[in-house]
Design a binder for this molecule. Structure first.
Ligand code: URA
Length: 249
């Protein structure tokens, strides 16, 4: 048994106050009878609850992999800018949100979910979830730079950055790299390259923990995670470390 307002919130009809307003308006029925009291107890397995004509059923959590395009912000709403959620056709009552932020001009893997616990675990600084990015950089990136990235860089924070792995794919006036970081400071990768006198001109996230960007998704497209992807994310997020690197030979 549980409170009706809690059940409506958990089945996606809004926040506690939004749900209370719906109840007050007489839009909620339990077994075809209008109920206005938020504290009314219901049997969530047996009672038939409807809100504005829609049945309230426990939807499992939603997990979407978005290939974020450049030009949209990683927020649920914004007065001026297009947000990542504006790209999603799923009904807004699912209360999806992005797990972490990519800069407006960054592309690539972004997980959208309404599973607050998983998001919390993946974002927890204690977990050091590995994130892998591909970057184009103005300036020559060298093996000496890679050694510095591994040592940790001073980007103006209290502490140096955690060791980051830099794989140089092309070194020249414009360099191309793959970089793995284990934390998520504001503009972290751009600031790391600035600290060695280079500028990131293009950034794309390829991987977060065990989750790999599906290369069949074009920028702006998304798809639900497979059961296996969800399972792997959850089991690793529940553990102490979630390392993309941990899996590599
Ligand atoms: N580092 C950045 O500088 N930007 C991002 O969007 C992600 C990591």
């Amino acid at each position: 048994m549980m409170r009706l307002d809690k059940f409506l919130c958990e089945t996606g009809f809004g926040t506690r106050s939004q749900v209370k307003a719906l109840l007050k308006k007489g839009l909620v029925t339990v077994n075809q009878e209008t109920v206005k009291q938020p504290e009314q107890k219901i049997d969530e397995d047996r009672d038939q609850v409807e809100c504005a004509g829609k049945e309230a059923v426990y939807a499992p959590f939603v997990y979407l992999m978005l290939h974020k395009p450049a030009g949209v912000v990683s927020a649920t709403q914004d007065r001026k800018e297009q947000t990542v959620l504006d790209l999603i056709e799923e009904p807004s009552w699912k209360q999806l949100f992005p797990v972490g932020r990519l800069d407006k001009d960054t592309e690539g893997l972004l997980l959208l979910t309404n599973d607050g616990e998983l998001a919390h675990q993946l974002l927890s600084p204690r977990k050091h979830v590995d994130k892998i990015y591909y970057a184009k950089v103005a300036g020559r990136v060298t093996a000496e730079h890679a050694a510095k990235f591994l040592e940790g860089l001073d980007i103006g924070e209290k502490r140096c950055t955690l060791p980051a792995d830099l794989v140089i794919q092309k070194s020249g006036e414009e360099s191309e790299v793959e970089i793995t970081i284990r934390e998520g400071k504001y503009h972290q990768i751009k600031r790391m390259f600035e600290s060695i006198g280079c500028q990131v001109t293009y950034l794309k996230r390829l991987r977060m923990g065990t989750l790999v960007l599906d290369d069949t998704l074009f920028a702006g497209q998304y798809r639900p995670l497979t059961k296996e992807e969800v399972y792997k994310l959850k089991t690793q997020a529940a553990g102490e470390r979630t390392g993309a690197l941990d899996e590599q030979p």
